[in-house]
Design a protein. Sequence first.
Length: 481
Amino acid sequence: MTSPRQIQDKLGKAAPPILRPVLRAYVLGYASAVAPRVLTLILQYGARWRKGRGLEREAQPQRDSFAASLRHVLCSGLDPQRFPAFCAALVGGTTLLDILIGRLINRLRTKLSAVARRRLSIWISSFIAGWLSLRLLQSKKTKAYAAETSANENDKQKPIQYAGRTLDLTLFAATRAVDVVIGELWSQRRQRRVAAGRWSWLDSFISNMADPSIFAASCALIMWAWFYAPSGLPQSYNKWISSAAAVDPRLIEALRRCRKGELRYGEETGQAPLLQAMCEDYKWPLEWGDPARTVPFPCEMVHMGCGPSCEYHALSRFVRSFKWSMATYLPLNILARSKNLTGFRRALVSAARSSSFLATFITLFYYGVCLARTRAGPHLGNKHDVTTRQTIDAGVCVGCGCFMCGWSIFFEAASRRKDMALFVAPRALATLLPRRYPLEKQWRETLVFAFSTAVVFTCVRENRSRVRGVLGSVLGSVLET
């Protein structure tokens, strides 16, 4: 099977040098946009086929449905207002405009050095290409960012279009631009201090802890949003986190009601049926689920059938999460690495490490909740005080779990921590911003994206190693003429 890289190489040899970045960007954008959807479609069809084996009458309709869905996925990637065309416009606009703008700057009588003129040309061309390419994506209208409203009830409703569909992409670019700028400033500071013999253990500690701290803080924001403001996360994120967490939704709803003040300990507020239904399913005393009689509801309910021990529950969570993660990571790593016995061993080690990371992430979150509810939190104050218990379950316990879970990043290899930190950081920032906002303010987002893109692309063209992680190597290879 021909890989996207091989397709890029073949197209590169056949196309003129000036058009090669455009073709590379389009092929890479098409592959990244379509391949995951095709894989999901194949897995879904395979699951339906296994369930319906032997039903000959359903076989042909299933094949027709699969073919139609596959055709739709493949053709949708060719839409000029989608991600592949955006990638081509961004990269192609940058490289083509760079030639024109570079010639124009060279003709002007300026006191800038040749290097400065070169950087200015790249920055301006990247800024213009970033602005226009994002506007191309933003021009596509979707139902998710539309609404109907009217001034009066009797008036005809008018459609209103909102902005925000490209917010994740903008935050990704902005995060990368900030990383480039801070990284360059820190590198210059390090060179000065090393030359002066003043580089200290504290400087080394900050360098080593920067990425883990970014990851932990970002995960804390994401998990807090998943718990209390799920609308601030993409639906796919909510679904995946819920699947990994494997928690009874009634328990989450109870803690949410505690935070809203709807469920109050020591008072009859009509909230008992929520957790009492859970008590019936798990064969617990019904009084456990009544906040007017039980303050607080036992931590055993958080363990969901693992018994009263918080430590045993944490251990069982790790084992279950590790198995769940290995079922996901191991096949992917085997497909990517296992060309021989050595490759299989590496795939196994990589899958085990990633599974340990995710299992520890989930375990630390749950144990953080237990730590605040049972093991430590109540002993910091009056553990028999209803107000203290209400405060803990109204947000302190979840906050403790959110704070702890991200430090599982230390189970991952140091080389991967920077990529993971820069992956979750824009998604964490998105939880602090509205998913939809008025269309007339969209120019601000476009400006941020264009400026950030100009910073990153200029750095890639001048100093590729400054753009950390996989992105730097990918952009460097794509922008080559």
